[in-house]
Write a protein that binds this ligand. Structure first.
Ligand code: GFP
Length: 829
């Protein structure tokens, strides 16, 4: 297929596969081979996309030997595997990460230069696979990175959505969603394996029959089937020769189209089956406000776990493997409730297909799953109406009923006569409609259940699943989330990385606790100066990007105050906005002389779920306020509000290293953990935040002097709720809050039209479920402290350095160690 270099660098067929030589020459040769023989173009005629594809494939070929070797070794050693089941992976761009992991960054830079290629432009060509919504999906991506770096056997299982999270644009200040066609130009990182496709059934009926020994058995006769085609992605560890696999499933019709119908000329009808099947993996989280949407979502969930279980049992384990020993070889980690239908699926495989008796199968199943909960919001705990589940997966519903029946017997035995408890704990809810509580099913089946930060795990035990905790206290544990230092420090913040490495060596990249060694340097004026230089350079880099990407100017002399995360009321973007408006209103009304305003740029990044009306109204209001504040001469340019559209991982990598202030201001008891909070602290921003999620642990580690804490604690929130929360009382009593809200309500930001903001204001004044008004006063106080601290650059730098030095705990490598110790430990198999 290729030129002579192929023979020279690869042993064919018999021997191990070797990578091309890691020299600039070797790289150039491989790259040109890929361009010529892979893309079919000469360098002189190649487009940027050709160059990107060829470069990606070149990097791939360097990782290939490690990938094959890792797979081979895992099979030989018969290691226990972590099967991470996640409906989302928010991977970010792959090229930079894979160059970093394979230690080819410098070689690639030189090779491209030699070929006259603009490396930055080539990197910019990559469209990130946005196969996730927010924190949960990004966490999955961090976890698989860490597991590879720690050489833990892991297969990440998920869905290869043809369209990831929508591309956000703003039209007249409002969010408009466009399809994210990330595969339009092809993805060089995926390896389709249609020959490993598996069948997945849906609907139909179940029937009983007598087997050869005369035992009564059940089988499921699905009404229709689709093919799940796996696409493999490399997950390289950091320079350790390990490459794990991410296996994402794509749905295809068994029969592409009906030829007879096609020949009759009815083309639409002929392709119906194809369209129907392919819809399953078409879009990430389709809007589920319609019944059709809900059903599709359940189809997605069952589709990917059925494919994954089948793949592991039939294709990954040795052919003659004794499934009694399954827990020795796999632990399926359920990333939230989306994959929980895997529990009855494994039971179905064991009982119906493999002939296990029920108790035996249940004993195995209970040791093969563990469940991570990521929320505290009751509405985010999935339930599936019995009617829908029974129609789509009739056998699974029967199995769930039986699991529930036997579980409730256990409860009765443990708490005799406590019928109230039995009703509360049932996996089947009776009100408002009969429905399966997926979190309960996961808790019953899971060997362990964990929350994602200390506070969250505690609230999970006390408030969300207290009855289960009473029954099985040992089942519950905590693993505080983490982030990968490779992508979010080493890759995103090259300058800070170099400074750290120059100071303490490079061991921190895989042992983030070593950042502690930076602590003494917080007192070193020269180090502080260099630290500030890094921040300034990152700010300039972000400024350049925003100029090109969004046509806006980032003021380099401003405090950069950042709130990036998905748009949700509980995260309280409105509280941040009220602060902005209050600063503006202060100047406008003459309360504050403009010279007293700390020059500040507030940068928002957020997408609202397409069906979440209030979130979209808040986006509108942010944009409307920005338009006014940014241009009103009264502010003298001292307050800027930027809201670059389409916040994603790629943008995050530029924004986070540039930030001075990190906004983590959710109402206490609502944010399960947060992971953005960790990324900012590790990149030298100070946090203004509440005692919520992992903020609590950040505060513990960095200390109160280096964190701007404000707001109620979770018990205080509860007390206020008990007393009766009346948001309008805060409005009536706090003149600044009143003036702020009145300015918004006057239509000042909306061309004189107060109606345009009434939904948000009504909600705030009359409901305010997340207590933004109650938090306002304390928040403004904390912002005053921010400004005083910022006025002392040496003190501020000292704090930021201490944040970096003390946050090594938040490496996802540590999270993975905790999962291994507390959940996946081989002893529990
Ligand atoms: C969810 C929770 C966060 C948590 C992440 C990861 O994030 O508090 O940090 O999961 O555990 F809300 P989103 O997917 O909702 O952004």
């Amino acid at each position: 297929r290729r030129g002579p270099s192929f023979e020279a660098t690869h042993e064919l067929a018999t021997g191990p596969v070797a990578s091309p030589p890691a020299t600039v020459d070797g790289f150039v040769r491989e790259f040109l081979d890929q361009l010529n023989f892979g893309q079919g173009v000469k360098l002189s005629q190649s487009t940027i996309n050709d160059q990107y594809m060829a470069l990606a494939r070149t990097v791939r070929s360097y990782l290939m030997a490690s990938w094959l070797e890792t797979g081979h070794r895992r099979r030989k050693e018969e290691t226990k595997v972590v099967g991470y089941l996640s409906a989302e992976y928010l991977l970010g761009r792959q090229l930079g990460n894979n160059l970093l992991a394979s230690d080819l960054q410098d070689i690639a830079d030189q090779a491209m230069e030699r070929c006259g290629i603009d490396m930055a432009a080539v990197r910019g060509q990559e469209v990130e696979p946005g196969l996730g919504n927010g924190g949960l999906g990004r966490l999955a991506a961090c976890f698989v990175d860490s597991l590879a770096t720690m050489d833990v056997a892991c297969i990440g299982y998920g869905i290869r959505y043809e369209y990831g999270i929508f591309r956000q644009t703003f039209v007249d200040h409002r969010q408009v969603e466009e399809p994210d066609s990330w595969l339009r130009l092809g993805s060089p990182w995926e390896f389709p394996h249609p020959e490993r496709a598996v069948q997945v059934g849906f609907a139909g009926h179940t029937e009983t029959y007598a087997d050869e020994q005369g035992r009564e058995r059940t089988r499921w006769a699905p009404a229709w089937q689709v093919r799940g085609v796996p696409y493999h992605y490399m997950v390289p560890g950091f320079r350790n020769g390990v490459v794990n696999t991410l296996r994402l499933w794509s749905a295809e019709a068994n029969q592409a189209f009906d030829l007879q119908t096609f020949n009759r000329g009815d083309y639409a009808q002929a392709s119906r089956a194809e369209i129907f099947a392919e819809n399953i993996s078409k879009v990430l989280y389709p809007d589920d406000s319609t019944p059709q949407g809900k059903e599709l979502r359940l189809q997605q969930q069952y589709f990917f776990v059925a494919c994954s279980l089948r793949d592991f049992i039939e294709n990954t384990l040795p052919r003659d493997f004794d499934l009694h020993r399954l827990p020795e070889r796999i632990i399926f980690q359920l990333n939230d409730t989306h994959p929980v239908i895997a529990v009855p699926e494994l039971m179905r495989i064991l009982v119906d297909e493999k002939g296990f008796d029920w108790d035996e199968a249940w004993g195995i199943t209970r040791r093969c799953f563990a469940y991570t909960c990521h929320t505290l919001l009751p509405e985010a705990l999935e339930v599936w109406p019995v009617e829908l589940l029974g129609r789509l997966l009739p056998r699974h519903l029967e199995i769930i009923y039986r699991i529930n029946e036997e579980f409730l017997l256990e409860v009765r035995e443990a708490f005799p006569g406590d019928e109230g408890r039995i009703r509360r704990m049932s996996i089947i809810a009776e009100q408002p409609q009969r429905a399966v509580r997926m979190a309960y099913l996961a808790t019953v089946a899971g060997a362990k259940v964990n929350g994602v930060a200390e506070l969250h795990s505690q609230l999970l035990r006390d408030d969300v699943l207290p009855d289960f905790n009473a029954m099985w206290p040992d089942k519950f544990t905590n693993v505080t989330n983490g982030i990968t230092p490779r992508r979010f420090l080493r890759l995103a913040n090259r300058k800070l990385s170099s400074l750290i490495t120059d100071t303490i060596g490079d061991g921190w990249v895989t042992d983030l606790d070593r950042l502690r060694e930076l602590e003494p340097y917080a007192n070193d004026p020269e180090f502080r100066r260099r630290f500030r230089e890094v921040k300034a350079a990152n700010k300039a880099r972000l400024g350049d990007l925003l100029q090109v990407r969004d046509g806006v100017e980032l003021r380099q002399d401003h405090l950069l105050d950042v709130m990036v995360k998905r748009l949700h009321e509980y995260k309280r973007q409105t509280l941040k906005l009220l602060h902005v408006v209050s600063v503006y209103e202060g100047v406008l009304s003459g309360r504050t002389p403009v010279e007293q305003v700390t020059p500040r740029t507030v940068l928002f990044g957020a997408k609202a779920a397409p069906g979440y009306h209030m979130a979209k109204e808040i986006i509108y209001l942010i944009n409307a306020v920005a338009a006014k504040v940014n241009t009103d001469p009264v502010m003298d340019g001292r307050l800027q509000v930027l809201f670059p559209a389409n916040y994603n991982v790629t943008l995050a990598e530029k924004v986070i290293p540039a930030a001075d202030l990190s906004e983590q201001i959710s109402l206490a008891g609502k944010e399960a953990s947060g992971t953005g909070n960790m990324k900012f602290a590790l990149n030298g921003a100070l946090t203004i935040g509440t005692l919520d999620g992992a903020n609590v642990e950040i505060l513990d580690l960095v200390g109160e002097d280096h964190f701007f804490l404000f707001g109620m604690t979770e018990p205080e929130v509860e007390q206020l709720l008990q007393r009766g929360y009346v948001p309008s009382a805060y409005y009536d009593q706090d003149p600044v809050l009143k003036a702020t809200i009145d300015l918004i309500g006057s239509g000042h930001f909306t061309g004189g039209d107060p109606g345009a903001v009434s939904a948000v204001l009504d909600n705030l004044l009359n409901h305010d479920p997340f207590m933004a008004l109650a938090g306002f006063h304390a928040y403004l106080g904390a912002q005053d402290r921010v400004e005083r601290a910022y006025a002392d650059p040496e003190g501020w730098s000292r704090s930021t350095i201490l944040n970096v030095a003390r946050c090594g705990f938040f490496s996802s490598d540590r999270s993975m160690r905790d999962y291994l110790d507390r959940i996946w430990a081989p002893g529990q198999a």
